[in-house]
Design a protein around this ligand. Structure first.
Ligand code: NAD
Length: 484
């Protein structure tokens, strides 16, 4: 047991309603000051197998629990999240370095909302029956079984519960493998589910490294669904492991999304949206990291963007005045710095930033904007996942669309224009799972979420989540009054 920001957090696994340790542990390091804050159990094949077996044992009972009771328990978990919101927020900030004010105002309330939303959605889940020559076709959503959920560090509890909530609502049991750089709030969530009265084994947590605990879960033959959020290279490993058992996968992956600014845009709005791409120190999958700006306004845009970016306050993420905190981990910080150094060597110019923040030291990287990078260069095409944007210019609408669609990703795209006709034309041709027009990051949980091209496979959100986490079944009744 560790005390993190005055909150007691256990670093071991949660399997079958019990705390389980491993022979080995690893250090959990806070990005704020690179101090060790907890010891985390280093799970592997044994722990993954124990958790899957516990989840498989709990499955029949949970699958047969009626919808109203499942929904009630999900709301009880949401109550528990709300009750411990301050604790969850400070622990997450200490663990992954994201802003405390964001955790308090937006992220943790959204965690509770994930449970409430899917609980309510479950109760409304229905499909019209079809009639075929007097035969009634009845569609139902049967729970699939044990779901292995493997999640990243940039918004750990929010992204995990986005999968946990629908999987549990649908009547599945869950084994969560949180990211090794931010393992703590998953452990607190286990406590919350137990307090809420969730039966033992319905929700399990296996801690550990991806290549060990994650890989063992992905390859487990008794896992019926794999829900993964993370990077493209890891997704390839997971897809290979899943192939052996043909386990259905949902993959929510990285991006290199465009933010397209036309000359007819409200420039103030465009600048607000562009600077917002540094949120969470740039560690946001949906971030529009490629600024594509119409040539006629590019000089003014660059000048005003630079002035705004200079007003961003970088520092301790617990300070309510901070806009940009540290990067999550030394390894990730070095990776970002590698991208920046190579971009400079390849001829790009850092209009702002382009280096670590030496005044603050530690894991603080200066918000960076590159101009002059070649269209086929690494910095324009690869996901950095840090506070690094590029700016390129275009002359025509067709060229803007072509540039926007020019990477192997397709997670999101943002368009800033004053013309509704242009918005209609351009959005029609953008390749992306989510497109924003004159806004960013707003999304209804009923809407589908996912990525085109290498940004993902499948969609989650609303009924799409139930489609994935269920075996959707059609039962056909012969004519004669057997109407089920
Ligand atoms: P990652 O792929 O390195 O790790 C994600 C998870 O996979 C972690 O829990 C990790 O332990 C596990 N893992 C690693 N190797 C594994 C293996 N061989 N087998 C099984 N599991 C393994 O990603 P990350 O660095 O944690 O997160 C950043 C990435 O996630 C970025 O690419 C970002 O764009 C993406 N992301 C996508 C979304 C989305 O919704 N599309 C949301 C957030 C983050």
């Amino acid at each position: 047991m560790s005390t993190v920001a005055d909150v007691a957090v256990k670093g071991d696994h949660w399997i079958g309603g019990e705390r389980v340790s491993s022979p080995d542990t690893f250090d959990d390091v806070s990005p704020i000051d690179e101090q060790v804050i907890a010891q985390i159990a280093r799970g592997g094949a044994n722990e993954a197998d124990a958790a899957v077996r516990a989840a498989a044992k709990a499955f029949p009972g949970w699958a047969r629990t009626d919808r109203e009771e499942r929904a009630r328990l999900l709301h009880a978990i949401a109550d528990g999240v709300e009750k411990r919101l301050d604790q969850l927020a400070i622990v997450e900030t200490t663990d992954n370095g994201a802003l405390l004010r964001s955790h308090l105002r937006g992220v943790m309330p959204r965690v509770a909302h994930n449970f409430r939303f899917f609980a309510d959605r479950l109760l409304g889940l229905a499909h019209d029956d079809f009639d075929t020559r007097g035969h009634r076709n009845h569609v139902s959503w049967d729970p699939a079984g044990v779901c292995a959920l493997i999640t990243p560090w940039n918004a750990p509890l929010m992204l995990a519960t986005w999968k946990i909530a629908p999987a549990l609502a649908a009547g599945n049991t869950v084994v969560l493998k949180p990211a090794e750089w931010s393992p703590l709030t998953a452990s607190l969530l286990a406590d919350i589910t137990a307090d809420a009265g969730l039966p033992d084994g319905v929700f399990n947590v296996v801690q550990g490294y991806g290549e060990e605990a994650g890989a063992a879960l992905a390859a487990h033959r008794d896992v019926r669904r794999i829900g993964f959020t993370g990077s493209v290279p890891t997704a390839r490993h997971i897809a290979r492991a899943a192939a052996a058992n043909l386990t259905p996968l949902s993959l929510e992956l990285g991006g290199k999304s465009p933010l397209v600014v036309f000359a007819d845009a409200d420039l103030e709005l465009a600048l607000d949206l562009a600077v917002e791409q540094y949120d969470n120190a740039g560690q946001v999958c949906l971030a529009g990291t490629r600024l594509l700006v119409e040539e006629s306004i590019a000089a003014e845009f660059a000048e005003r963007f630079t002035a705004r970016a200079h007003t961003l306050r970088q520092g301790d993420p617990r300070d309510p005045d901070t806009d940009l905190g540290p990067q999550v981990h030394r390894e990730h910080f070095d990776r970002i710095d590698g991208f920046v150094r190579r971009a400079k060597r390849a001829g790009a110019t850092a209009l702002i930033g382009g280096e670590p923040n030496r005044d603050l030291g530690g894991l603080y990287y200066r918000p960076t904007l590159f101009t002059g990078a070649a269209g086929d260069s690494e910095i324009v095409n690869e996901e950095v996942f840090g506070p690094v944007l590029t700016m390129q210019t275009f002359r025509t609408e067709d060229q803007a669309v072509e540039m926007a669609n020019s990477t192997r990703f397709g997670l999101s795209a943002t368009l800033v224009t004053g013309s509704p006709e242009r918005a209609r034309r351009v959005t029609e041709h953008l390749v992306a799972g989510t497109v924003w027009v004159n806004c960013f990051f707003v999304r209804d949980l009923q809407a589908p979420f996912g990525g085109a091209r290498q940004s993902g496979v499948g969609r989650e959100g609303g009924d799409w989540s139930f489609d994935f986490y269920c075996d959707v079944k059609n039962t056909v009744f012969a004519p004669g009054g057997w109407n089920g």
